[in-house]
Design a protein around this ligand. Structure first.
Ligand code: S3P
Length: 434
């Protein structure tokens, strides 16, 4: 278990400068997975050196994949081929990573050996039935703890067959788990989503030469083909850039440039929501990096006002609600979030954690089963408990910048799961965080 860590974020003068946040977490997980299964050697650059993605790299090392680390943000993966993974000697620890565990569950269901997946305290409370049930329909045998919770015991040597599955809830993790199992299944695996979600698995399978057809909200592939090594360039993680977008929007006089930010439309819902609230965020230098759209974002302080967050934006900003809540707290008027019940089963119950923390800082906020009603107001100092959730912790740091007096944020150690070096980077552009 990571040691508990508390931080203090203090009111600040304008934020200025240029920031390049670390590599995208979702893409980094997938790059390790597909490169491991490919024939040949792949180089990953811009890799997120966070605890979540390192846990995924360790998992493949446990299964016989040689992974070199020439620099912190690079990995050279010696792929073992689609059938080349070896039985790990011990259980695989996915740490805090829901993406790691859910995607691995799909992949491991197709192997010739048994495996056990474990996770930390937070991951051990996260629902896994959403992957277990459709994988069982494909012929997988997976045992969980009661309530569908980890650890998961996945039996190898199952014969998998493709299914045509419509996801009840939009989830890129579930979609990706089924596609990974589909690599090992007889026949075709088809996945349909209620709302399109991030399509990194689909794009990356294609980049690794695997035949796949996909369009918004749909993907299909057949088992039995091979992946061919390729180099992957990982853009900066929009979800990490989000804290700086909100911070510079709410701290008067600020202007920040965020470099190389991944702009996949299935990730940038917060940008659209902030613009609806009156934010001043420009995009320059739009281009492609490793097959993904990227841009530099220039964000200047602007007075924000409350909005009803359009429900259609929810899947495209599912990881950004903690920072949206802070933007709403610092805005004038009321912001309503609906259709976001998934927030209750993320690394923490993000509705409850953000509501409790912001209330402790003087904000009037009502929880609803699938969202919240946030009344913008003056933030005062105090203590906010992140409940070990990396994104809640960083969001409370942003709240501290505009509070009347310092904010103590409890339990911040897990920020390292997605954003190593956050404190240094933040202080480098004017945060007062220690
Ligand atoms: C992710 C998908 C999303 C997101 C998570 C990363 C992915 O989860 O919240 O942080 O990499 O596929 P769900 O699939 O549960 O929505």
């Amino acid at each position: 278990m990571t040691e508990s860590q508390d931080w203090i974020s203090s009111p600040t003068s304008p934020l200025r400068g240029e920031v390049r946040v670390p590599g995208d977490k979702s893409i980094s997980h997938r790059a390790i997975m597909f490169a491991s299964l490919a024939d040949g050697v792949s180089r990953i650059s811009g890799f997120l050196e966070g605890e979540d993605t390192r846990a995924t790299a360790r998992a493949f090392a446990q299964m016989g994949v040689r992974i070199e680390t020439p620099t912190a943000s690079e990995r050279i993966v010696h792929g073992v081929g689609i059938d080349g993974l070896e039985r790990p000697a011990a259980a695989i620890d996915c740490g805090n990573a829901g993406t790691g565990m859910r995607l691995l569950t799909g992949l491991l269901a197709g192997q010739g050996f048994d495996t056990t997946l474990t996770g930390d305290e937070s991951l051990s409370k996260r629902p896994m039935r959403r992957v277990i049930e459709p994988l069982a329909q494909m012929g997988a045998r997976i045992e969980s703890q009661s309530g569908g919770l980890p650890p998961l015991r996945i039996s190898g040597k199952s014969t998998l067959h493709g299914i045509d599955y419509t996801l009840p809830i939009a989830s890129a993790q579930v979609k990706s788990a089924l596609l990974l199992a589909g690599l090992y299944a007889q026949g075709e695996t088809r996945v349909t989503e209620p709302h399109p979600t991030r399509d990194y698995s689909e794009r990356m399978l294609r980049a690794f030469g695997y035949p796949i057809e996909f369009s918004a909200g749909r993907a299909r592939l057949s088992g039995g083909h091979r992946l061919h090594a390729t180099d992957v360039v990982v853009p900066a993680d929009f979800s990490s850039a989000a804290f700086f977008l909100v911070a510079a929007s709410i701290v008067p006089g600020s202007e920040l440039t965020l470099r190389d930010v991944g702009m996949n439309p299935r990730r940038t819902g917060l940008l659209r929501a902030l613009r609806l609230m009156g934010a001043d965020i420009g995009e320059t230098n739009a281009r492609e990096l490793g097959g993904e759209p990227v841009a530099d974002l220039v964000v200047r302080h602007a007075p924000l006002h409350g909005v009803d967050v359009p429900i259609a934006l929810v899947p495209d900003m599912i990881d950004e609600f903690p920072s949206l809540f802070v933007a709403a707290a610092a805005a004038t008027g009321t912001t309503r979030v609906t259709g976001a019940a998934e927030l209750r089963v993320k690394e923490s119950d993000r509705i409850a954690v953000m509501a409790k923390g912001l209330r402790a800082l003087g904000i009037a906020i009502e929880e609803t089963p699938d969202g919240a009603i946030i009344h913008g107001g003056a933030l005062h100092g105090g203590a906010a408990d992140s409940a070990g959730d990396h994104r809640c912790a960083m969001s409370f740091v942003v709240a501290g910048l505009v509070a009347r007096s310092p904010v103590k944020i409890l339990d911040c150690a897990n920020v390292a799961t997605s954003f190593p070096g956050f404190v240094e980077l933040a202080n480098g552009c004017g945060f007062v965080l220690g």
